[in-house]
Unconditional design. Sequence first.
Length: 99
Amino acid sequence: MEIQKCTTLDEARVAIDVVDREIVELIARRNEYIKQIAHFKTSVEEVKAEGRISDVISKVRAQAISLDLSPNLINDLYIRMIDGMVESEIEELNNAKSF
């Protein structure tokens, strides 16, 4: 992970804005894959995939620790993101069934 050394507050804020845009783009990209996954599933129970969710949370918590980032912060962010994406996936599943 490469972090530039900022020399002013404005420079640091611009760098943060760039990272924020990248984060949102990555979340949108993840969500598009979630929508694709819905087409491989046949039920809401499959969408909810508790085991898979636990696996994802475990992996991102470990990555957070390795990057000296709060695993609880990442846990909370991912739980919230996954909850929203599960809703999106259920909607996609229901739309696919209606065709």
